[in-house]
Write a protein that binds this ligand. Structure first.
Ligand SMILES: Cc1cc2nc3c(=O)[nH]c(=O)nc-3n(C[C@H](O)[C@H](O)[C@H](O)COP(=O)(O)O)c2cc1C
Length: 187
């Protein structure tokens, strides 16, 4: 199973990336065979906004080339499971994650992500994770991906999310589902 784990925070070692790493560590311990995990951080990457040029409708890919989206799109297309995590900014996903979602319009016309498994992840200090997860779920549904579970965590200072026992429980449940120990449930 090829896994792409994306941390959408501008902080390389913040809560989102730590929760994403907790998920990939649990996956490595799960017994799932033939795992190939690639982790990427949007920290230090540039994903410009969609220009609505609509050239992707004909071309089948995004024509904007001067940033990192094409590389991320290639990696998403190669993956069986995409773990996508966003920090919560004003009760929604942050800008880089929204730009990624919008640019993936280029993959939507021919449903190039169809059937891929996805685990949406959101991290907030206090509240707004539900709405951010809704954004990620709507994206996954539009792309006809298969939502395995969602994971939401709470923390403000870097690392605090790993003390959130509910989040750690959700991580374990998501990986059990992937490993086929429990059947997928409605998220
Ligand atoms: C611009 C901005 C907006 C934020 N908005 C919210 C919010 O609406 N709700 C909340 O609980 N936390 C909010 N936070 C706090 C972050 O979601 C929280 O610190 C989270 O752990 C950040 O993850 P990171 O360390 O991976 O960047 C906000 C932080 C920033 C910088």
């Amino acid at each position: 199973m090829r896994v792409l784990a994306i941390s959408g925070s501008p902080l390389k070692n913040g809560n989102t990336s730590r929760l994403i790493n907790a998920i990939t560590s649990e996956l490595e311990k799960s017994g799932v065979t033939d795992l190939k995990i690639k982790t990427i951080s949007l920290a230090g990457s540039t994903i410009r906004p969609c220009k609505s040029c609509r050239k992707c409708i004909k071309e089948g890919h995004c024509v904007l080339k001067s940033d990192d989206f094409s590389r991320f799109a290639r990696q998403m297309k190669k993956s069986d499971l995409i773990i996508i995590g966003s920090p919560v900014y004003f009760h929604d996903v942050n800008g880089p994650v929204k730009n990624m979602i919008d640019r993936s319009y280029s993959l939507w016309h021919k449903r190039q992500l169809k059937g891929k498994k996805v685990i949406p992840v959101a991290v907030c200090a206090d509240s707004g994770d539900d709405r951010a997860l809704e954004t990620l779920k709507i994206w996954a549904q539009a792309q006809e991906m298969k939502i395995i579970r969602t994971v939401s965590g709470h923390g403000y200072k870097a690392g605090e999310v790993l003390k959130d026992q509910s989040a750690i429980g959700q991580v374990k449940d998501a990986i059990k589902t992937i490993a086929g120990d429990v059947s997928p449930k409605e998220t």
